[in-house]
Design a protein. Structure first.
Length: 533
């Protein structure tokens, strides 16, 4: 009996084929300091006004706030913001409870977190441990502009109660119980002559110190800092603004962020170091600058923009504006657009801080650095945007930004859409269905001009059968899907092996020599260099 027959025991219908939904592009994740807002919690925003409502808008110590403004001004559509802080403290609030107090702490730190609370006994009879609690965040002290509100009815001060105040507020967006609960319920803050009275928090919140690299990197185990993004799917660009106006992001952060972006199939946008004040200095400095990554990209120079708080032009990092330009481009053309459509022109109001001659633009591009333009010129050389993978003389396969973004786009789309394989029957029909779905997806991209090669067989391939799903693979509860695409030259494929096993999905780049015409040769390569990788 053939291996196909040995494995294909379950012939249940795996269901109808479905279209693979394409991964989003141009969605940028930002990590940095803000005036207020949730800490270490990714928040999706769609405009600068949206950012103002949640994170407080422009704030001089926050380079991220200016980065968000420049991102949307240059065409950005969607962003994900992670607020981080260094030693910031939340405000506190105390509610009288007879001779004791119910002490509350704000959830979010900062000096602009204005919280208040109200207590009443409405609808509570014969339950001396119960009370109603209203928590609010207001725009400013003494105003009625409520930004958020939570109402808790029939709350108890008894620790064993299902309505214990400490347990209920554990899920609050606004406050937590600090210390032990009082033995008596809080006194009402409203009543005859005191309708609608609130107790406001103390003005003891603190914004903390300037960020360090440790704050931005955070902890994978605690999902803080950069690692707060690890549960997010819908981003493909990452921007970490300077730690302060006079402090660049450190190399440690760049290394961690580069690895994070590689694992999450995103591109890190890196600001040019502040000492690179001329193109010549950038070329000299780049030679000894140690950070290189095929999942990172740099646009030179830094930018001059009007600072609405200081009321004068200031110099800012270029990464956020470049992310906006890439997002704007993604709205008009796909990530594999021809190189002449990839030149990024800044919006009015923002201009390069340094003029770069065309000859230096070419040299920067050869080194691995892109340049931003304030205006389109017919005489300017057309340069293909590049990653920080290495110089033009290097051997990196992912030097071109368009090719790298296309690969991440394809892999992300397939990996996410095919997660149904983790719970499907590990049999022939499932494999066949998976292969058909991925082939149909890649055929659509091929027709749209995404890949090199005029013929489908020279542009992509998909394998999901007994060649990659051997008996031992099935016995281990794994299902393999192998596919490849030609990004530069026909029949020269970049390939990936996706493994689904329960709730765990693993994506591994691999190599298949599709120029070999012998099926036995392909099978041998799968056995030796892919499955045993």
């Amino acid at each position: 009996m053939s291996e196909r027959g040995l494995i294909g025991k379950s012939l249940s219908d795996p269901g109808p084929e479905r279209l693979i939904e394409r991964a989003p592009s141009g969605v940028t994740a930002f990590i940095g300091r803000t005036l207020k807002g949730p800490l270490d919690s990714p928040v999706c925003i769609g405009s600068f006004a949206h950012f103002e409502r949640i994170f407080g808008g422009l704030w001089q110590p926050s380079t991220l706030s200016y980065a968000i403004e420049q991102f949307f001004e240059n065409g950005g559509q969607r962003a994900i913001v992670v607020r981080v802080a260094n030693g910031a403290k939340a405000p506190t609030l105390s509610l009288a409870a007879g001779r004791d107090e119910l002490c509350l702490n704000g959830v979010n730190p900062g000096s602009r977190e204005y919280l208040r609370a109200a207590v009443d006994y409405d609808g509570i009879d014969g339950e001396p441990d119960r009370f109603n609690l209203v928590l609010q965040r207001v725009r400013a002290p003494g105003t009625q502009q409520i930004e958020d509100q939570e109402i808790y009815r029939r709350v108890s001060i008894e620790p064993g109660s299902a309505r214990f105040v400490g347990d209920l507020l554990h899920g609050s967006r606004l406050m937590r119980v600090r210390g032990r609960a009082p033995t008596a319920r809080p006194d009402p803050t409203s009543g005859p002559g005191r309708a609608g009275s609130y107790v406001s928090c103390r003005l003891d919140g603190d914004d903390g110190a300037p960020l360090s690299d440790y704050d931005v990197i955070g902890s994978a185990a605690k999902s803080t800092g950069l690692w707060a993004l690890q549960s997010q799917l819908d981003f493909d660009l990452v921007c970490i603004p300077p730690l302060a106006r006079d402090t660049d992001v450190g190399l440690a952060t760049l290394y961690v962020a580069g690895c994070f972006c590689r694992d999450h199939r995103a591109m890190l946008l890196v600001d040019p170091p502040s000492p690179w004040t001329t193109a010549e200095r950038a070329l000299i400095g780049f030679r000894s600058w140690p950070f290189r990554s095929e999942n990172a990209v740099m646009f030179y120079p830094r930018l001059t923009a009007y600072d609405r708080l200081r009321r004068r032009p200031e110099i800012f990092g270029s990464a956020a504006a470049a992310a906006g330009l890439l997002a704007r481009q993604d709205m008009a053309v796909p990530v594999w657009a021809p190189t002449e459509a990839q030149e990024l022109i800044l919006r009015p109001g923002v201009k390069p801080a340094v003029d770069v001659e065309d000859s230096l633009r070419v040299r920067l591009s050869q080194a691995g650095i892109n340049t931003l333009l304030a205006a389109r010129s017919s005489d300017a050389p057309r340069l293909v945007p590049c990653t920080l993978a290495g110089s033009a003389t290097g051997s990196s396969e992912w030097r071109h930004l368009g090719a790298r973004r296309l690969a991440m786009y394809v892999v992300s789309s397939i990996e996410r859409a095919m997660r149904w394989l983790a719970s499907a029957e590990n049999d022939l029909l499932t494999w066949s269905r998976a292969q058909c779905e991925v082939e149909r997806f890649l055929e659509e991209l091929h027709r749209e001009g995404a890949f090199a090669g005029g013929r489908p067989q020279d542009s992509y391939f998909v394998i999901c059968d007994e060649r990659v799903n051997r008996r031992d693979t099935v016995a281990e509860g794994k299902m393999h899907l192998l596919f490849g695409i030609a990004t530069a030259r026909p029949a020269e494929f970049h390939a990936w092996l996706v493994t689904y096993q329960g709730a765990v999905t693993r994506v591994r780049p691999t190599t298949v020599n599709r120029l070999a015409t012998s099926p036995e040769r392909v099978d041998w390569e799968i056995e030796t260099s892919i499955l045993r990788g």
